[in-house]
Design a protein around this ligand. Structure first.
Ligand code: ATP
Length: 365
């Protein structure tokens, strides 16, 4: 049993509330990614789970056992750090077996588990080398192998790929995902890279200023962000936002939102929630790939002038102003477009996300 429960956990450093009332359950054998901008409290929360920095208040259980104030070695977990923290003067074999030796495992058992972990990471041929004579990618594998050799039920990883170059990182991302699916540990993985979070996690927890903003599967986080911050942090380019004016007809017909010269009609299911917004402003969110670009004027479409065209191979990214807001929209490379050209842009109703500008929360009815 290795479900992790985090209940009302707080952690401050002086005046700084680094983790603010965190509540999160990581299911047994789940791969959960904690993601957020630098300084949002991811590492602090991970360290509280690890026992490397105790929570000020709240409760953490692993497999139903209260570990909140237990030292790390009594939590049955292993960790991989950003720095790898492998010993340069020891061979790879000794590095991988180090934790097992500290735990007093017998020599035969250590040797078997070191070999198994090395095989999983494809580093058998490095076992007698010293880390000083290895590449970053190889060192990273040693750090992961050392964590896996412990066969702990809980695996905690803090930015394990961030020291690698972009290409190796991409390769290791897929490899690590496959590997972790095989070892069945409950994994908490910290990264500031939202692409890594979406591509690797069974679920993703997005943090900002010490507060968990949303916990959901990657598709939901991307497509139905909980609030404006999640929409703009997750996705490249970030979700586009533009301000609209809320029109509440006095004859009881559905609300409408006026953006520039265009009237948008929210889904009737959201009518009462949008009607209930305090004030007459509403923010409209839409992803770059969800807008329709049209070569000619069309009812309900914004007339825009394209200021920049960025050909990205699989798509073109266009920059333009819509009702006074800079937006990025992506089009298929076969759609002919040049900088300076006039286009018409339509927001398909089911792709629009409505944001209450007072709370910045998205409205889903
Ligand atoms: P990064 O991606 O940059 O590592 P993070 O999201 O992991 O960031 P934390 O390292 O958890 O963020 O830090 C959260 C906040 O707590 C930051 O404002 C940081 O400056 C502060 N903090 C973290 N550790 C300490 C410490 N030991 N002493 C004082 N302040 C700290």
């Amino acid at each position: 049993m290795s479900e992790i429960r985090i209940e009302s956990v707080n952690k401050s450093f002086g005046d700084k509330l680094a983790v603010d009332d965190a509540n999160l359950t990581i299911h047994e054998q789940e791969f959960l990614v904690l993601v957020g901008p630098s300084g949002c409290g991811k590492t602090t929360l991970l360290r509280a789970i690890a026992g490397l920095g105790m929570a000020d208040s709240g409760r953490i259980t692993i497999g139903g056992r209260d570990v909140t104030y237990l030292p790390p070695r009594q939590r049955n977990l292993s960790m991989v750090f950003q720095s790898y923290a492998i010993f340069p003067h020891m061979t790879v074999r000794d590095n991988i077996g180090f934790g097992l030796k500290m735990n007093g495992e017998d020599v035969k058992n250590i040797s078997r588990r070191v070999n198994d972990a090395a095989e999983l990471l494809h580093i058998e041929e490095l076992l007698d080398r010293r880390p000083a004579a290895m590449s970053g990618g190889q060192r990273q594998r040693v750090a992961v192998a050392r964590a896996l050799a412990m066969q702990a039920e809980v695996l905690l990883m803090d930015e394990p790929l961030s020291n690698l170059d972009a290409l190796l990182r991409l390769e290791m991302r897929a490899e690590l995902k496959k590997l972790l699916a095989e070892v069945n540990a409950t994994t908490v993985y910290v990264t500031h890279d939202q692409i890594e979070a979406l591509s690797m996690g069974d679920r993703v927890a997005v943090m900002k200023d010490g507060v968990i903003q949303q916990v959901a599967d990657p598709t939901t986080v991307y497509d139905q962000p909980a609030n404006k911050f999640v929409g703009s942090f997750v996705g490249n380019p970030p979700m586009n936002f533009v301000d609209g004016t809320l029109v509440r007809p006095s004859d009881g017909s559905p609300v409408a939102v006026k953006v520039g010269e265009v009237m948008l009609s929210p889904d009737p299911a959201l009518d009462s929630a949008i009607r209930g917004i305090d004030g007459d402003r509403v923010t409209v969110g839409i992803r770059a790939e969800n807008m329709e670009a049209l070569p000619e004027a069309n009812d309900g479409a914004f007339a825009v002038d394209v200021s920049v065209v960025e050909p990205l191979g699989s798509q073109n990214l266009l920059t333009m102003d819509v009702a006074g807001h800079r937006m990025k929209i992506s089009t298929h490379p076969s759609f002919p477009v040049e900088a300076g050209q006039r286009l018409w842009i339509r927001f398909p109703g089911d792709k629009i996300r409505w944001v209450d500008p007072n709370t910045e929360a998205m409205i889903y009815g």
